[in-house]
Design a protein around this ligand. Structure first.
Ligand code: GLV
Ligand code: GLV
Length: 319
């Protein structure tokens, strides 16, 4: 069996070393995402391809690779960038990198929550570029400890975030999703509620759903209007889960108080209206971006590639 693997973007050095021990690697060496043309050329004749969350792996790419393609290994937990139906039809495995990135991504949601609640971006800018003086009502933020947190999507990351909220910050946890999760409740004392109730009663709403046709624009003008005027929205899942234009309007009109975003509807573009607002904390899709996490994600990719090239079912096959 062939062992040719194309990587759409060079992974951390130690990961590339491990990968080259199990297969014959070619990679897009550019310090930017591969273009569609580069991907179409790069995948040709490959047994496996390692892809990034910003590569659209559609029928055209899968066809360009050829019938020997056996694996699409995504270097991410989310796999909305891959045409699963097309891969499935051709018996191609698709894998992701769950679990190893749960803490890092939940931690990033916390960073955004703190940043948005306590004016960290505006405060940082002021210290660097202006002057400040302590005053009784200077840059007042939102209380966090003891408040109500609404988690939309009770998967691994949502549960991890909520567990930290419950144990670390005494927060009352509500959650909404497709079905109640006894494990989530055991870890967080969270209460399963309809999305509408969650939006109406939470002080913080944090999104942890995968991007699917059902979750696209899950949070739009109507949902934002249900939220408290003092509420803060955190999105570290996928940009299109929120209607970004509606969010800009809601932040401008103070329909909600603030937001913290790590993901955007049309990455790497950011809705221009967001950039001028001081009640939103913006991060450049850094959820999994820690040295340790990116290394562990890489080792997971290597194990999946190695398994498939040895004729086995990969350990992190997505459903
Ligand atoms: C990050 O966004 C991921 O899906 O891993
Ligand atoms: C992804 O890892 C999730 O289940 O939140």
């Amino acid at each position: 069996m062939g062992r040719k693997v194309y990587v759409t973007r060079v992974l951390p050095h130690a990961v590339m070393e491990e990968l080259s021990k199990v297969c014959e690697v070619s990679a897009n060496e550019a310090t930017r995402p591969a273009t569609k043309e580069e991907i179409l050329a790069g995948v040709k004749g490959m047994d496996a391809i390692v892809t990034m969350l910003n590569d659209k792996i559609d029928a055209e790419v899968i066809t360009a690779a050829g019938p020997q393609l056996k694996l699409i290994a995504n270097y991410a937990v989310g796999y909305n960038n891959i045409d699963l139906a097309e891969a499935g039809k051709r018996g191609i495995h698709v894998t992701n990198t769950p679990d190893v990135l749960t803490n890092a991504t939940a931690d990033m949601a916390w960073a955004l929550l703190f940043a948005a609640a306590r004016h960290i971006p505006a405060g940082d800018k002021l210290v660097r570029t202006g002057t400040f003086a302590w005053a009784p009502e200077f840059m007042l933020g939102a209380d966090i400890t003891g408040r109500t947190l609404g988690i939309v999507g009770a998967g691994r990351i949502g549960q991890n975030f909520a567990r930290k909220a419950h144990h670390g910050f005494d927060m009352k946890v509500l959650y909404a999703g497709r079905h109640p999760s006894p494990e989530f409740e055991a870890q967080t004392e969270g209460r399963f509620v309809p999305l509408e109730e969650l939006l109406r009663t939470s002080d913080f709403v944090s999104l942890h759903v995968p991007l699917t046709p059902e979750t696209r624009h899950l949070i739009g003008a109507k949902e934002l209007a249900m939220m408290k005027p003092t509420a803060i929205l955190i999105n570290s899942s996928r940009g299109p889960v929120v209607d970004e234009k509606a969010l800009v309007e809601a932040l401008k009109k103070r329909t909600i108080w603030a937001a913290g975003l790590d993901v955007y509807e049309n990455e790497p573009d950011v809705e221009p209206g967001l950039k001028g607002l001081d009640n939103v904390a913006l991060a450049p899709h850094l959820g999994t971006a820690t040295t340790g996490t990116r290394y562990e994600m890489g080792l997971m990719v290597v194990r999946n590639v190695d398994a498939v090239l040895n004729g086995q079912v990969p350990p992190n096959k997505v459903k």
